[in-house]
Each structure stands twice: as C-alpha cells, then as structure tokens.
Write a protein of this length. Structure first.
Length: 147
C-alpha cells in the first residue's frame, strides 16, 4: 500500500500543516493498517507545483476490507498569501455534527477525521491512497484564523 499526498491550494504561496498519521481501520472488526505515523510538515501549496504526488510511505497491510480512512493532522496551519501576508490558523469544523460521519474532532494539538467508505485490499495487488484536497479537507472542515 502506497500513501501519497498532493494539492495546489490556489493563490497561497504557503499552506503549512502537519500530517501526524494516516491509517485504515474497520469499525466492526479488529483490523487496522497504519499507513503513516511519523509526523511530517508540508507546504501543501508546493505539492501540486513540484510534483503530481508526494510519496509519504509504503507499507504492507492485511488483506481485508476496511471502512475508515483516519487522518490525524496537527491543529495549527500557517498561510502566506500571494502578497506575503502571514496568517496563523487552525483546522476547524464549521458545523456541530456530533454523532455524524466524517466529522473533524480536535484537541489542543491535533485534529482527526475518520472518513467512511469501502476500502478493499485484495491479495497479490498493490493499492494506493492519495490524500488530495477533497480527502484531506472534507467540505465541513475549514481553516480559520487564530485570533
């Protein structure tokens, strides 16, 4: 299983955030595959410019069906717009969605979202996961200024 990240976040010259971990799980089974667990900071604005995809990790996973892709991010996000103005921001959910799927939950240092969906790993195959903008930031997650 290969894990990639990519994006081009518009006119921002810098969108720095940290990916802490990414894993596959099944909500009703005792099966988990950790795809990435070494926190790494990225300037996401560069990823779509420098590469098509940035390889984060390659790992072996148990052949199984999974139904959650869980992403843990550092809570802080640093933005620099095209004019050079810097903003210190945080990931946030703009809805109160307790008990709903795909909800961002944050503590003082990190935010986690478990994205639901069928992920089936087959024997003798190589699968790939790419974290692009729709996966990395589902519609209910936003970046807000830290004021």
């Amino acid at each position: 299983m290969s894990l990639y990240v990519t994006d081009d976040l518009g006119s921002y010259s810098q969108v720095s955030a940290t990916i802490n971990s990414v894993s596959l799980t099944h909500q009703n089974k005792d099966v988990q595959c950790v795809l990435f667990d070494s926190p790494q900071s990225f300037n996401f604005a560069d990823l779509g410019v420098r590469h098509v995809l940035e390889l984060l990790s390659v790992t072996s996973c148990e052949v199984s069906d999974y139904n959650r892709l869980t992403i843990s991010l550092g809570r802080d996000v640093f933005l620099t717009n095209a004019g050079g103005t810097n903003y210190q921001c945080v990931f946030s959910s703009y809805k109160n969605e307790q008990g709903q799927p795909n909800v961002l939950s944050c503590d003082t240092n990190s935010c986690t979202v478990s994205l639901s969906g069928a992920i089936n790993l087959l024997p003798n195959t190589h699968s790939e996961v790419a974290l692009a903008q729709p996966w990395l930031l589902p519609p209910q997650i936003l970046i807000k200024r830290k004021d």
